[in-house]
Design a protein around this ligand. Structure first.
Ligand SMILES: Cc1cc2nc3c(=O)[nH]c(=O)nc-3n(C[C@H](O)[C@H](O)[C@H](O)COP(=O)(O)OP(=O)(O)OC[C@H]3O[C@@H](n4cnc5c(N)ncnc54)[C@H](O)[C@@H]3O)c2cc1C
Length: 555
């Protein structure tokens, strides 16, 4: 057990009487769809501070291509959308959450349109794309394949128009601050202003996912899983961390940083094949290229293993001339940047880590087991995705839960006293006498290990070995106090990786995106959540029935 990780409450040293203090009703951490939507809602009623570690536009949201799922075509309905979401979720979705989210989808899209979002149209109606696992065309998109950029633009305009919201960019959140177990803000680091302490009645964590813990990922550089590790250290319950979704098709060209080729390409007829044009998906699933992501990713992984090849190909050569470039302008440009002409050439692809399905356990309004802490977006486990996320449901989740959590944060602000004087809170850990470390080497080694053993196919032996290796690294990485974001990100990545490995080793079955070669089938006894929380010994593991509250903390 990793006691080094379990005992570590704060990563950084700080002394309240030496630092600048900032106060607000609501503190939002992260500027993706969930954080921005939450801030807009809360700022209707109270003051909001947004803290984000890079430029405010840097988020997974800004890179989202395919779109937002919202049943709006003839013959489609929220009931059908709910059915597809639950069918994909491997028995772990919460039906009340699913129904609530899909019912709100059309209104979320209408609201964005009212705020100025320009979604693609067919005539005077939204153009609807198709993606894997959806039984109907229901993906609303913008500028072909730049939906996230358009949503970010509109939400940021809305935020900028509200004087009650202030944004702090390039401000790295190191940890949540707690007093008697209640979350009261966060300690941050800014390259110019150094450490700062932010105090708020309610803190809303919207820091997104953890794809960058893997060597191969579709995620932007900011997605290092900080929020998951930060919540874990503060005592929040992390749920179903073994559920990491891989995207089947990322461009596999040296230098292309695993850019994602949207699922919508397959939705519109793109075919997976080998170098000689031979298709293979129908051997794995009757829906062929339109099967859900986990099935397509596993099929590709199996082809890679079987033929000992580094990648397969996506074939869009049968599209009408100019059709691919019109529908997917960003992807067309990307391919051409690497001398691939989609009208003539096959596009080399392979799966890579894409979406953290698990996360901080939340209730219907983003509430967590910690008073004062709400969560929304990819960092949360709301019950919508269960064991597997249906394509294009996450922007939707960010909008719905962002709004709900923002409203709840404002309510808390109205009924609680605002912190207006800094509480006496300091943390001082002595310097470690051990040797200095090359942390970039630790991070590279971790990413390789995780990509090898915590990817699409796992096995008990390799999971145990992975846990041992990460625990070994944590012993000498977690006993030190560092003073820069890249070091804290490495400590966070170790924490998140150990949580993924622990949960994956606990769940002795295959379900959703979690596939164990030593337990290849689903087991009805495992139709439950795996919950993790920090304890002095490392990680305390428990299981909870679907829809249940996490087990009470050990006292
Ligand atoms: C390439 C790509 C394509 C996608 N396409 C789609 C799609 O078409 N449809 C769909 O529904 N979903 C899609 N997804 C998934 C979806 O984009 C994300 O799940 C969703 O945008 C997450 O939103 P979020 O607000 O939770 O987090 P993010 O958008 O990732 O925002 C997180 C924010 O937190 C900040 N942050 C992180 N750590 C810290 C820290 N320590 N301190 C301060 N700030 C911090 C980040 O800088 C960022 O601003 C895609 C994802 C990727 C990567």
């Amino acid at each position: 057990m990793s006691t080094a990780l379990g005992r570590r409450r704060y990563l950084s040293n700080f002394e309240h009487h030496r630092l600048p203090h900032l106060f607000s009703d609501v503190l939002v951490l992260g500027s993706g769809v969930a954080g921005l939507r939450a801030a807009i809602e809360a700022a209707e009623h109270c003051d909001v501070l947004i803290v984000t570690k890079d430029d405010v536009r840097q988020s997974a949201t800004a890179y989202a291509q395919g779109g937002i799922a919202a049943a709006s075509g003839g013959g489609d309905s929220p009931d059908d959308h709910a059915h597809d979401t639950i069918a994909t979720a491997g028995g772990l979705a919460r039906e009340d959450v699913v129904r609530g989210v899909v019912a709100a989808a059309a209104e979320c899209v209408r609201e964005l349109s009212d705020w100025g979002a320009r979604f693609d149209l067919e005539g005077d109606k939204p153009a609807l794309g198709r993606e894997g696992g959806h039984g109907a065309n229901r993906i609303i998109h913008a500028h072909g394949d730049a939906t996230g950029r358009e949503i970010t633009r509109v939400l940021l305009e809305r935020v900028a128009a509200n004087p009650r919201v202030r944004i702090f960019e390039n401000c790295f959140v190191i940890d949540l601050l707690t007093l008697d177990g209640i979350v009261v803000g966060a300690v941050t680091f800014h390259p110019k202003y150094g450490h700062q302490m932010f105090w708020a009645t309610t803190t809303l964590l919207a820091t997104g996912g953890a794809g960058r813990v893997y060597r191969e990922s579709t995620n932007p550089a900011v997605a290092t899983g900080d929020g998951l590790a930060i919540a874990f250290r503060a005592g929040a319950v992390l749920r179903d961390m073994e559920m990491v979704q891989f995207h089947p098709t990322t461009l596999y060209v040296a230098g292309a940083a695993r850019a994602l080729i949207s699922e919508a390409v397959r939705g519109e007829g793109g075919q997976l094949c080998h170098r000689d044009g031979q298709r293979f998906m129908s051997e794995y699933d009757e829906r062929a290229e339109l099967a859900p992501r986990d099935i397509v990713s596993r099929a590709i992984a199996s082809e890679l293993k079987r033929h000992r090849i580094p990648n397969v190909y996506l074939d869009v050569r049968h599209f009408e001339p100019g059709q691919f470039a019109r529908r997917f302008p960003t992807l067309d440009r990307l391919c051409r940047d690497f001398d691939i002409d989609p009208e003539r050439d096959l596009i080399p692809v392979r799966p890579s880590a894409h979406y953290m399905v698990g996360g901080v356990t939340s209730d219907l309004d983003g509430g967590t087991n910690l008073e004062g802490l709400l969560v929304a977006g990819e960092v949360a486990s709301t019950g919508l995705h269960g064991a597997n996320r249906l394509a294009s449901n996450s922007l939707l989740e960010g909008l719905v839960f962002g709004r709900r959590a923002g409203a709840r944060a404002a309510e808390r602000a109205a009924s609680n006293h605002r912190i207006d004087r800094p509480p006496a809170l300091s943390h001082l850990l002595p310097a470690s006498p051990r040797t200095a470390l090359d942390l970039s080497d630790v991070l590279n080694s971790l990413r390789s290990l995780v990509s090898r053993n915590l990817a699409i196919e796992r096995s008990g032996d390799r999971l145990r070995e992975t846990i041992e290796i990460i625990e070994f690294w944590t012993r000498y990485v977690m006993d030190k106090v560092f003073d820069d974001p890249s070091a804290w990100q490495t400590q966070n990545a170790l924490t998140v990786a150990l949580c993924i490995a622990t949960a994956a080793a606990t769940r002795c079955e295959s379900r959703g995106v979690h596939f164990r070669s030593d337990y290849p089938n689903s087991d009805p006894n495992w139709r439950c959540h795996v919950d993790l929380r920090r304890s002095d010994n490392g990680i305390q593991v428990s299981t909870t029935p679907v829809g249940g509250e996490p087990a009470a903390a050990e006292t």
